[in-house]
Ligand binder design. Structure first.
Ligand code: SF4
Ligand code: SF4
Length: 253
């Protein structure tokens, strides 16, 4: 027993210090894209053709819809000019679907806090009911990571609960398959009002890689569910998810 206690003391404090300090991101992390400000030479559209989800908008300037993006880098690999790249900016969550459109020369409108009345209700305690509505489970895994000792989501008063009746918010992952449509509707109905809806990952926002499959509804948005917070990625990094949740609760600016 004494050996175990001594070992635990040696281990020290393992939870990262976010938001006071940003933990180191992996070298391969892909965040907010940096887009070419000028039209591409010769009318090149290699990135548009390479994108599997039609996330890149055609026009005089390249735009990129983070709600569809899988962060797969097929576009950057295809770009002969190397003018398209992903930065390490992890603050990607937004309050509105249209704010997920990244455009050159325009500031990305990262999520703001809840309105005062909702903030008074949820600001110090937010219970989440996670619904895996299809998809590959990658997004749920990164939500689950927030419950580990390295992140300790509970220190912010945010907890995952088992029953929608105890929840303040429904956190949706996956493209909302037709098989999960009724279960999701029942979960939303069982969650007391007022409630929040959080869409995590490209699937929950737009259908992600499944957007052309007829067995799904293109996410919460496609299913007609009003969403309060959009967290893009495939899957989003835990830091992107945590940053989005804390922005919603006015815990980071
Ligand atoms: S990284 Fe995003 S925009 Fe680029 S090809 Fe993949 S899905 Fe399309
Ligand atoms: S967004 Fe990507 S990681 Fe998340 S469920 Fe869909 S395919 Fe999986």
């Amino acid at each position: 027993m004494l050996k175990i206690l001594a070992s635990r003391l040696r281990q020290g404090h393992r939870t990262n210090a976010f938001p006071e300090e940003v933990p180191p991101m992996p070298d391969r992390f892909r965040g907010l894209p940096e887009l070419p400000g000028e039209p591409c030479p010769g009318g090149c559209r290699a990135c548009v053709d390479a994108c599997p989800t039609e996330a890149i908008g055609e026009g005089p300037r390249i735009t990129l819809d983070l709600g569809r993006c899988l962060f797969c880098t097929a576009c950057t690999d295809a770009c002969p000019e190397h003018t398209l790249r992903f930065t390490d900016e992890f603050r990607l969550a937004t309050r509105a679907r249209e704010d997920l459109l990244a455009a050159p020369g325009e500031a990305y409108r990262v999520a703001g806090a809840l309105e005062a009345k909702a903030l008074a209700l949820f600001g110090r305690s937010l219970k989440l009911r996670v619904v895996s509505a299809g998809g590959c489970n990658g997004c749920e895994v990164d939500v689950n990571v927030l419950g580990t000792i390295g992140w300790d989501l509970g220190r912010f008063g945010i907890q995952v609960v088992a029953s929608p009746r105890h929840a303040d918010a429904v956190l949706i992952c996956g493209p909302v398959t037709r098989n999960m449509e009724l279960a999701l509707a029942k979960t939303l109905a069982a969650t007391p009002d007022p409630k929040l809806v959080i869409a995590v990952g490209a699937c929950a926002i737009s259908g992600g890689p499944y957007r052309d499959q007829e067995e799904q509804l293109c996410g919460a948005v496609g299913a007609g569910i009003p969403v309060d917070l959009f967290i893009p990625g495939c899957p989003p990094h835990p830091l992107t998810i945590l940053d989005g949740l804390l922005r919603l609760l006015d815990r980071v600016k």
